[in-house]
Structure formats: C-alpha cells, structure tokens
Design a protein around this ligand. Sequence first.
Ligand SMILES: *Cc1c(COP(=O)(O)O)cnc(C)c1O
Length: 393
Amino acid sequence: MFRLKRYYGSFGGVYIPELFIPILEELESAFIRAKRDSEFLKRYRKLLKEYAGRPTPLTYAPRLSKIIGAKIYLKREDLAHTGAHKINNTIGQALLAEYMGKRRIIAETGAGQHGVATATAAAHIGLECEIFMGSEDVKRQRLNVLRMELLGAKVVPVNKGSGTLKDAINEALREWAENVTTTYYLLGSVVGPHPYPAIVKFFQSVIGSETKKQIRKIEGRDPDYVIACVGGGSNAMGIFSAFIRNRNTRLIGVEAAGRGLDSLHSATLNLGTPGYLHGTRSLLLQDKNGQVKKVHSIAPGLDYPGVGPELAHLVYSGRVKASSATDTEVIEAVKVLAESEGIIPALESAHAVAYLLKHRGEFRQEDIVVVNISGRGDKDMETIMEALHEKQS
Ligand SMILES: *Cc1c(COP(=O)(O)O)cnc(C)c1O
C-alpha cells in the first residue's frame, strides 16, 4: 500500500510492471521514515553544507538588470559542487540508499551529467556505483565517461536499440528488478513512477527554501517572478516549491524550442499531450499513434520527450506558465550573461536567461525577478564554440 499522494491532478501514478510495485512501496516507506528522521536530515544538511558547498549565493545582477528593466537576481546552482543542482538530489538519494541498507547504486544517464553527479555522491558516501549508458552516448560523451570512471563507478555501455538514453533506462530497470535487495535505483529528475517525483522534489526543494530566505533578507519580500529551465523539471520544481503558495509570485518554466516549435524541439509542457512514459502519466511529445517523438535541444540536459507529472499539473492548472527558447536565442543569452555579469551559464540554464531577453522592457522597474542558474557552462564550451562559428560562416 502506498501512503503518500501519488497523483497531481490526473498526472503521476505508478504505471510499471507489477513486479516493481513492492519495490516502490519499500522505497516510499523508507522515504517517509527518512524525511521525518532528524538524524537523517542532519546528515543530509551537513553534506550539502560541508561537501556540496551550500547554501549557494543569490547574486544581484546589476548590469543585466539595466538591460532587462527589472531587478534581476541569480540563484547560483552553478557554484554547487560538480557545477549544477543535480548534486542535491544524488547526495539525498545516495543517503537514502544507505539508510535502506543498500550498498550498490545504479543509474542511467544520457549526456552523462546525472551519471557524474551520481558517481560523485556514491564515491563520497562509499557506495558501489554502476551507470548504464547507451553505447552511442558513451562514444559522444567520452569526458563524462572518464569522470565517472575516475570517481570509481563502472560505466556499462548498452548496445540494444538505438544505444541511447531510453535503452539505458530499460537496461537499468532490468538490472534493478534482478538485484533489488542489494541495489538502489537513483533517478535523476522529478519523473518516473511514484514515489520518485516526490523524492527528487524533496531533495531539490533546498534551492527554493534558500532562495526564499535570501530574497526576503535582501528585499524584504518574495519575488514577483521566478524563472527556471525545464528538462525533466527538477531544478524548476526545486526553486518553485517554496513559492507555489504565494500567488503573487509568477512561476515560469522555460523549455527547449530547439530549432523551432514547428521543427525539432523538446517543449513538452508547451506542446505535449497526456500519455504514459517511464512509469508515469504526464505530458509527453508523441505522434498520433502514441509513439514518442524525436526531440532536440542544444542543451543536453533538456533533450527529453517527457516532463515531471507535478510540473505538468501545475501548468495545466495555470499556476506555472510554460515558455520556450530556441537554440539561437540560448546562445545569445549565454553571451549576454557572460559579458554583463561574468557568469557563463550552462546551455540549459541559459534558456531561463533567454526568457528575460525575449521579454525585456515588459517588466516594471521595481519587479524582483529570480532566475535559477541551474549549472555552469564549462561542460558546453565546445557546443558554444561550434554554434558561434556556424553563425559567422
Ligand atoms: C540536467 C540539467 C537540467 C535539466 O534537468 P531538470 O531536471 O529539468 O532540472 C538543467 N540544468 C542543468 C545544468 C542540468 O545539468
């Protein structure tokens, strides 16, 4: 029996072969115990502080503010250990694995960012770690494979199917079902079957609770806008969570419009329809026959055909506004933030910055706008270089 809320409106739930139900029930009951256990929470907060470098700063952006015509603040997840917000979740879930007496962690990864964050947390906490990765992705992402291996993880290339993320997910699930007593499956975003969306949101909500404290201290009130990019939705849910109840704060999720909304993109909240993917009911990009569409984004972390069920519900119910930015707008946003504030954002995070540029002049001067800079751009330098060259030639 599940005890926590499994649905967000009509989205969420557990749509996965029956053999996984007892496994997910066990996970849920451990999560319920852990989040009430002051010793567990103390250990989680201590690692975030002393290992991951939290709290991350909230930086006022004076020159960008002038360009946009509002007071812009940046939540600096780019300064967290490993350079993005993903570490909040992987530390939390690695501790949960340990709490459940499981000494081995498995995860799937596409571009490798979640694999690296998982391998990092596993190494620090002292757990065995195996990362499933499509064989095509292994070739394309050699630096991240090396990072994972340096961190002591085993990278398992998956040759089946197209050798990409969805094949890696299937293989990791099979491995989990066979070794469930010893193995914890560490999911990377607020997606998948219940209780994963709730677990990942819980560990990412530290972004929102810090932001709320910081902005109230500086400005004496909550922001008028909070803007975050959306892949699966974990950095967005993390920062939105603290402000959902305050109706005066507008929440905006920015997806990848890729080459254009009428071309290849991954704008699921904008253009998706209800369906089932990876164990949950949510919005997804599918054709008339329910086949998952090919998606694209210049940002590897946004290149996913689904989206978290709670975020889908928040968009359906009108609480969160879905927007999007094209690859071209995103490259421009990287340049503007780098030149105006001395911060090179991840291509994912630059989608949120692109929203500001598209709406410059539409804010009131006194509006307080918080943009979540989910990660740093070092990992994207080659892609950025190629995009800038293309533009010149
Ligand atoms: C993975 C990633 C994302 C997208 O994932 P969400 O679950 O939507 O947050 C965004 N930004 C960065 C820097 C990432 O690494």
